[in-house]
Design a binder for this molecule. Structure first.
Ligand code: SF4
Ligand code: SF4
Length: 266
């Protein structure tokens, strides 16, 4: 697990307990949390670099002492493999108990990442427990869609809503941007739409990297007539890896133009 935000109104409808899992199966140029992409291989580089000795290395794991941490992010910038020493392992029962004690103040629980579906077995176990014991909480998955959801019926059945990121409609551009084809993602888009579980589709607008108009038009055409929200988010450089900082931020007028195009097709 990368981190938990116990009360978030950005990660789903209402007030969500938001869990961010470690590990991703895409490698997007504009990723804002590149430290969530890979699992730590215990190289120890960050331990030597930490200015406050908040990290210690016991050969089996990196031990993170939050009390000593000054949040300088040096550990994230020196990590050679886009990982973080601040991740932690937890159990389904521990997560469930933490959610249960806050449940009166929550409307739902959301999982994202990294790519949370890579840990679909643990999520299915937790969501099954939540469905039985705290059924009033909405169970939401925020995914890049790069996993065959049709092959995970228990996971899909126990999830109420999905947020799906569609990075680019053109396959070649998608490969250039993320390192992988978008075939599975578009298949999942149609699958979730048919199930009526697609709460929102999101596209990061990054005109330097892909043909945004084409993506917006084609996705809006697919969503036409549904209740699914389609959100366009302008690319911002915060948190992005050094080699991708030269990507241009889109102007407000360009985003407005795309939103008008989108609304014409929805
Ligand atoms: S952010 Fe990382 S490097 Fe900085 S003090 Fe905390 S653990 Fe150490
Ligand atoms: S977080 Fe990165 S730098 Fe630190 S031990 Fe793990 S792989 Fe090495």
């Amino acid at each position: 697990m990368n981190r938990v935000i116990p009360f978030s109104n950005l990660d789903g409808p209402g007030n969500c307990y938001a869990v961010f899992l470690q590990g991703c199966n895409l490698n997007c140029h504009y990723c804002h949390n590149p430290e969530t992409i890979n699992k730590c291989d215990l190289c120890g580089v960050c331990v030597a670099a930490c200015p406050t000795k908040a990290l210690t290395f016991d050969e089996k794991s990196v031990v993170y002492n939050e009390d000593k941490c000054i949040k300088c992010d040096t550990c994230l910038s020196v990590c050679p493999i886009n990982s973080s020493p601040k991740t932690r392992n937890t159990s389904v029962n521990d997560l469930f108990n933490d959610i249960r004690k806050r449940a009166d103040f929550l409307s739902g629980i959301s999982f994202s990442g990294g790519e949370c579906t890579l840990q679909h077995k643990a999520i299915t176990e937790l969501f099954t427990l939540l469905k039985n014991k705290l059924p009033f909480l909405t169970r939401l998955i925020d995914t890049n869609g790069n996993i065959e959801l049709e092959m995970l019926p228990d996971f899909v059945d126990n999830t109420d809503l999905f947020i799906l990121d569609v990075k680019a409609f053109n396959e070649d551009e998608h490969i250039k941007l993320t390192g992988k084809s978008n075939k599975l993602i578009l298949k999942n888009l149609n699958f979730l739409l048919t199930l009526g579980k697609l709460f929102e589709v999101r596209t990061v607008i990054c005109p330097d990297v892909f043909t945004c108009e084409e993506t917006v038009i084609e996705i809006a055409k697919i969503l036409k007539g549904s209740n699914t929200k389609y959100s366009l988010t302008p690319f911002r450089p915060q948190g992005v890896r050094k080699q991708f900082l030269k990507i241009k931020t889109p102007s407000d007028s360009y985003i407005s133009k795309l939103n008008k195009i989108k609304d014409n097709y929805l």
